[in-house]
Each structure stands twice: as C-alpha cells, then as structure tokens.
Design a binder for this molecule. Structure first.
Ligand code: 7TS
Length: 411
C-alpha cells in the first residue's frame, strides 16, 4: 500500500478492541510499545485453527495433525521472510523476545563464555536484555559491560574500540529502545564486533514492529522478536540465528520434539530448529503470528513507518506546547521510533496515567522494565505514549486534552 492509500481510520475498523468506550469515552489506545491490538484477520485465524484444525504438530499421522503442522511450518516461513532470514529453519519458535534472549544467553552463552571474557550490552536495554546476561556472567565469571547513553538517550559510541575488545564474546543490543524510542546504529556495532570476532545479538522486540528488518543486511548473528507487539498473539516469538551457530549449540530445554533418539544414559538431538523447541509449542500463537505478518505485509511496513513518523512529528510538536512537560529521548525524528516518554511537573507518572484513563486514554507509566534508563535520567518513572499503524492525530489530541486535566489537578 502506498502512503497515499494509507488510511488509519479504515485500518482502525480492522481492530475490534479499538471500537469501545472506557469510562464513557472512546478508547485512545496509546500503549502499543507494551502490546498492540489484534486485527480481525488474526483473531479469525486463531479461532478457525481451534475450531477446525486443532491437533498437535509433527506427531499424529492424521488429517488434523497434518493441517496443524502445515500451518505451523507455513507460519515459520512467513516470519522468516518478514526479517529476510536465509532459511525458515533458522527461525525458532519461542514464548517471546524474553525467552529468545534467554535461549542464547543459556544455550550459546554457557558453552562460549568463560572467566575473563566480556559481555557487552547498553544502559538503555529492557530488563529482558540485561538480566539473562547478568545470570550468564554470574555463572561463568565473565564481566558484564555497558555502553553508556547520553542526555538525549543515544548510545555513546565514542571509544567503542575500548569497549569491544578481544575479550568481548557477545554484544547484545536493542535496535529500538522501548523507553526512549531511540533507533540504534546496529550496523556500526556489528562492524566493531566483527572486527574482534564477537557475536552480536539484537533485541528486536520494538524494531521489527516499525521498520523493515533484514537480518542479512544487519549482519548480526541472532535476532529476537515477539508476536504480540506486531498485531499477533501473546506467548509467541522468534529467535533467528545463523544456522552454523544454531547447529553447534547445545539444546536449551529437554523434552519431546527436540530429540532424535533417546537412550537410558543419553540422547541425540533433532535438527535445527526442532532441537530448540522442546514440548508442545504455542501452535495457535505461531499460526496467529504468521497471520499478523500477512496482515502487516498487505498494508506494507514502509507505509506504516511513514504514517508513524507523521504521528510522531505531530505528537512531539503538540506535547512540546504542554507546560511543564519534559520529553525523554532523541529530539530528532530521524533516530526515533514511535514512543514518547515524558514527565509533567511534579505529577507522578502513575497519577498522569490514572487521570488519562478516566478520559479513555491508555498509556503506560512506570520504569518500563528499563530501570537503568530511569536512573540515568534521575527519575523513578515516566509516562509513555506509544503509537502504531492505527494511531491518529485525534488520539494525540485526546492525550493532550487529558494532560490539561492533569495540569488542572496538579497545577
Ligand atoms: N525487549 C524490548 C526492547 C521490549 O520492549 C520488550 C517488551 C522486551 C524485550 C520483552 O518482550 P516480551 O514480549 O518477551 O515481554 N517491552 C514492553 C514494554 O515496553 N512494555 O511492556 C512490555
């Protein structure tokens, strides 16, 4: 779809949850960085699967199992092409971004990271891309290091050579920050990591939602993302990894599906990706995520990105007029995604969010699982509005009107 044909009002009609009132006011859903709403096309695929095709995958020799398996594997092909993975076999179904990062930190990390080695992440990471590496460092004796951020919430990359050294085994970085919206120069980090032979993992939970991601072009080794922020169901996500790395890795969890032969004292493993998919997977979730890829592909991620940057330009301009409002993150739209974190005078972000909720405006308030970002900026929490393909200028106006109520109460 070209941007001329892109019509958020028509797109909104695809999302049943957007069509409701909250406390008597139409819902303005601005919490998309936490999770997106789901289009009818995805909801239908989920219920059709359960009503017609429900069976376990790769197991039964019966028609329903065949259908479920075909749809499950077709969804894998869809998510692979969404990120331009060289092959669907390199895409492992996980519970979400968090599990995908834990998979790498455990299954790759425990065999490749040791005492004296270094793991590099950044201060702006979501806790999902911090805690797994802390656990790995504690288990192996490795050192966890951080790329700092500046006062606009950008990575400080001066002196990157002194951070990424021969001791660095893995660098794990988000392509887009969930709390600041910063779009990170992942390729620069990949180049510096390649120079010393370090592996690069990208936390793509927020990136893949808003822009075209091409893992081959990025040059990273692992890319993690989930379904629920991109119009798909919760509880499903993908780890993409380079085939040679995945093949050399030990399994993450043991159980059914991931074995070739089980003997009393040992077992051998199924081929990638099944080696990493122990137990009954989230079959409906995977199929639903495939349907979300179809839905977004039909609209076109490029048109969605242009729409979001228009909404962001409008929102930043409008919010900059609100007295006492402080925005965090890059001031330029060029390296900023569809997220605005802010504080307002002395009003606590939870109070801002509560007042906005009474006006039907849904935002998130808190530390956004990014406590290191909050610490950097000397705040305990922020309010956060985040936009998506169905966001409109009217949503932004509703937010600004709601903030007038906040100002009226807090002065
Ligand atoms: N990484 C980033 C950058 C994220 O934004 C999130 C979720 C995760 C990892 C974890 O994803 P999960 O689906 O496995 O939980 N971010 C948010 C958020 O900003 N508000 O709620 C969840």
């Amino acid at each position: 779809m070209s941007i001329e044909d892109f019509d958020p009002i028509r797109i909104r009609k695809d999302f049943p949850a957007l069509d409701q009132t909250i406390h008597g006011k139409p819902l303005a859903y601005l919490d998309n960085a936490a999770t997106s709403q789901k289009p009818r096309a995805v909801l239908d695929v989920l219920s059709e699967y359960y009503e017609r095709d429900n069976a376990n995958v790769h197991r039964g020799i019966h028609e329903l199992s065949r259908r479920a398996t075909v749809a499950f594997e077709a969804a894998r092909e869809k998510v692979a092409s969404w990120i331009n993975a060289p092959s669907a076999a390199e895409c492992i179904w996980t519970r979400g971004t968090t599990e995908a990062i834990n998979l790498v930190a455990t299954a790759w990390g425990l065999d490749h990271v040791g005492e004296g080695d270094e793991i590099l992440i950044s201060v702006m990471e979501h806790h999902s891309n911090i805690v797994p590496w802390q656990l790995l460092a504690a288990r192996t004796g490795a050192t966890l290091k951080y790329i700092e951020i500046d006062d606009e919430g950008r990575l400080v990359l001066d002196g990157l050579e002194s951070l990424i050294t021969e001791r660095t085994k893995i660098v794990s970085i988000s392509d887009v920050s969930n709390s600041l919206g910063t779009i990170n120069p992942v390729k620069t980090i990949v180049d510096a990591s390649r120079a010393v032979g370090a592996i690069v993992m990208v936390d793509g939970a927020q990136g893949v939602v808003h822009t075209k991601v091409d893992v081959q072009d990025l040059g990273c080794d692992f890319y993690a993302f989930g379904g629920h922020k991109m119009c798909g169901p919760t509880g499903v996500g993908v780890l993409w990894g380079r085939l040679e790395l995945l093949e050399a890795m030990a399994p993450f969890q043991g159980g059914g599906e991931m074995i070739q032969i089980v003997e009393r004292d040992q077992s051998s493993w199924a081929a990638v990706p099944h080696k990493f998919e122990a137990g009954t997977p989230n079959i409906a979730g995977a199929i639903g995520m495939g349907a979300a890829v179809d839905y977004l592909s039909n609209i076109g991620i490029e048109a969605i990105a242009i729409h979001e940057s228009e909404i962001m330009a409008y929102a930043m301009a409008q919010l900059s007029l609100v007295p006492g409002l402080r925005m965090f993150g890059p001031s330029s739209l060029d390296d900023r995604s569809a997220v605005i974190s802010f504080t307002m005078g002395d009003a606590h972000p939870h109070d801002i969010s509560t007042i906005l909720d009474t006006e039907g405006v849904a935002i998130r308030a808190g530390h956004h699982c990014a406590q290191l970002v909050m610490k950097h900026f000397g705040v305990s929490a922020t309010a956060r509005a985040s936009f998506y393909l169905y966001s409109t200028q009217e949503d932004v106006d509703r937010l600004v009107e709601g903030l007038d109520q906040v100002a009226a109460i807090f002065g």
